[in-house]
Design a protein around this ligand. Structure first.
Ligand code: SF4
Ligand code: SF4
Length: 144
């Protein structure tokens, strides 16, 4: 488990998702454990996405990955947001509280070009909240 950078100890961080959807757009990769993929498949069962499932994910070691090309959205992003909102993978549930974005204030702010919810109130995450996010014991469930 990665601890939040000490720089977050003081006042915590503001983050409020505007549902702009940019974090679901490429280029990028969305990583799923096998359990997360099973939950996603159950969530899209009976929808048109189910028929595309074989082409949505590729195996990578023990995990499953969705490749999102530049200028395209994750195939699970629908008109009303994420099609698997209730069971989206940890990567999406914890964004933007990712270890690499919490190393320093500069790293956190560098992500503002992508995520306009960073440093935006009223939602506030205290240091303890950020610690829980990085531990996988908490998620934001805010983003699209
Ligand atoms: S939140 Fe949903 S639509 Fe967005 S990248 Fe994650 S799985 Fe895809
Ligand atoms: S998490 Fe950030 S980039 Fe993603 S939808 Fe919310 S405001 Fe937009």
């Amino acid at each position: 488990m990665t601890a939040p950078g000490r720089w977050t100890r003081g006042g915590g961080l503001d983050f409020t998702c505007t549902r702009c959807g940019l974090c679901c757009r490429g280029p990028g990769e969305v990583w799923f454990t096998q359990e997360e993929k099973s939950q996603a498949l159950a969530a899209i069962s009976g929808t048109p996405l189910a028929a595309q499932a074989a082409t949505i994910w590729r195996a990578s070691g023990a995990d499953e990955v969705i490749d999102v090309p530049a200028d395209q959205a994750c195939p699970l992003l629908g008109p009303d947001g994420c099609s698997i909102q209730a069971v989206k993978p940890a990567q999406c549930r914890t964004y933007p509280f990712w270890p690499e974005l919490l190393q320093s204030r500069a790293d956190w702010e560098s992500e503002k070009g992508r995520c306009e919810g960073i440093d935006r109130g009223p939602n506030h995450y205290a240091y303890a909240d950020i610690f829980e996010l990085l531990s996988g014991r908490k998620d934001t469930r805010e983003n699209s």
